[in-house]
Design a protein around this ligand. Structure first.
Ligand SMILES: Cc1ncc(COP(=O)(O)O)c(C=O)c1O
Length: 455
């Protein structure tokens, strides 16, 4: 692309594109938007010809890495053979995918309602939970318990599940959503001083909420096994088994949002495999196709799905592009690659090495308060004082400084000065990790010297 073409393209983007989480005035002032033109492995090249490491793995979604021709060919073949189908029929490739999902999913999860993405998958899960209770004579169960700080999607219902300030423009809130604390061992809202104590108190808080509102009004609890929206906090081992028991005790449906954690990201095929817990409904997207095409789904236990088995009682929902055969072909091939190339194990092993290297930075960067996460889902939390865990004042502009230095060194990584999150493709190697950690180390050293801080 010539310089003139590139400038014209940027202008057109500034004039016509409404970007997520950004405004076009600031984007223009910063010389943006960045326009990606090609990618391979964990790196992509932009329209300025600069090659970057995509430390965010797309949107925590490019699990097998970029440029996998096998996936492209599988989608291409399917598109030529059968592009679409009547929603009241199905396709071979979708059935094969759903069979595969049932095989690799925990517990008795075996019937999938296919969607095009993660928000739709969570909306679907909640609708299934409510309509299941109606079919068992408990139509009064309408409340959904989410956790403060979680993210489950952008659509009208699920955007309220996490209770973050980013939804304040869209009042009033969706009715019936109740918020529980998030088990964040480094800053436990319930005052727990160890991961175990925090886990037990936060799980107990879910039960307290159920009892307070009356179990007969609660339809479901939704939670991510490990949540990137709260900086990859890994709950203590007690949390998930307790949540399972609490839901069983009160007839509440347990929904695990595995949109990010699924398909190897945490070093197991699904996040909940770390604790041997099977949810009643599990939602998936992102890594299911490594972003090659949009697809997602809610996989449901046999016990729940069987309530919808008769003609009069079917689940009342349709999505034109849910389970699109071309996307299903890409997903099936993607899962085959994840399995045949041992990418789940690579996420576990290289992720452990990555975490060890980041933890090593704590010895000479006092700004690091905590290093946490699991597999290829890691985060560093920055604090001005390790004892008080106070954040740096915003006026210091630490986030901006670090982000600029990361960008200078071709690391596609942003920080708000509090959390730096790492979720690269699962095919990242140890030498990639060394390169990434080297840049983070250098950026911190420079920022410390500019802010006259000791390391
Ligand atoms: C945990 C989680 N759930 C759901 C979603 C929503 O997925 P989508 O953006 O595909 O609608 C996201 C998106 O980032 C997510 O992180």
């Amino acid at each position: 692309m010539t310089e003139t073409d590139m400038q014209a393209l940027k202008r057109a983007a500034l004039d016509h594109l409404w970007m997520p989480s950004r405004d076009w005035v600031k984007t223009e002032a910063e010389g943006g938007p960045q326009i990606a033109v090609k990618a391979e492995g964990i790196r992509f090249t932009d329209s300025d010809g600069k090659t970057w490491i995509d430390i965010r793995g797309g949107y925590s979604s490019v699990n097998v890495g970029y440029g996998r021709t096998e996936i492209v060919e599988a989608a291409h073949e399917q598109m030529l053979r059968l592009l679409y189908y009547l929603q009241t029929s199905t396709t071979e490739v979708l059935v094969r995918l759903l069979e595969k999902l049932a095989e690799i999913s925990p517990g008795s999860l075996e019937r999938t309602w296919p969607t095009t993405g993660g928000s739709e998958a969570n909306e679907t899960a909640i609708k299934i939970a409510k309509s299941y209770h109606k079919r068992t004579g408990e139509a009064g169960r309408y409340r959904i318990i989410g956790r403060r700080g979680s993210y489950h999607g952008a659509t009208q219902g699920v955007m309220w599940l996490g209770g973050s300030s980013s939804v304040s423009d869209f009042q009033p809130p969706y009715p019936g959503i109740v918020h529980a604390p998030h088990p964040k061992p480094y800053r436990c809202e319930m005052g727990g001083t160890t991961p175990s104590e925090c886990a037990v108190r936060c799980a107990q808080a879910v039960e307290d909420l159920i009892l307070f509102h009356g179990a007969k009004t609660v339809a479901a609890v939704i939670a991510e096994p490990v949540s990137s929206s709260v900086g990859c906090a890994v709950p203590g081992d007690e949390y998930w088994p307790m949540l399972r028991q609490i839901c069983d005790r009160h007839g509440v449906i347990l929904i695990a949002d595995e949109v990010v954690t699924g398909f190897g990201r945490t070093g197991k095929m699904f996040g909940l495999d770390h604790w041997g817990v099977a949810p009643d409904i599990m939602t998936m997207s992102k890594g299911i196709s490594s972003s090659y095409l949009p697809i997602g789904g809610a996989i449901v236990s046999r016990e729940i799905a069987d309530r919808f088995g008769t003609d009069d009682d079917h689940f009342r929902q349709a999505l034109t592009f849910g389970g699109h055969p071309v996307a299903a072909a890409a997903a099936l091939k993607n899962i085959e690659i994840i399995e045949s190339e041992g990418l789940v194990q690579n996420a576990a092993d290289t992720g452990a090495y990555f975490k060890e290297r980041l933890t090593g930075l704590m010895d000479h960067h006092r700004m690091i308060g905590d290093v946490r996460g699991i597999g290829m889902m890691l985060a560093v939390e920055l604090v001005s004082d390790r004892d008080t865990k106070e954040y740096f004042p915003k006026e210091l502009g630490l986030g901006k400084k670090l982000t600029e230095k990361f960008r200078r060194e071709s690391l596609l990584l942003e920080t708000d000065g509090r959390i730096i999150g790492f979720n690269p493709p699962l095919c990242t190697t140890r030498s990639d990790v060394d390169e990434i950690v080297g840049v983070v180390d250098m950026a911190m050293t420079e920022a410390e010297s500019e802010l006259s801080m000791s390391g």
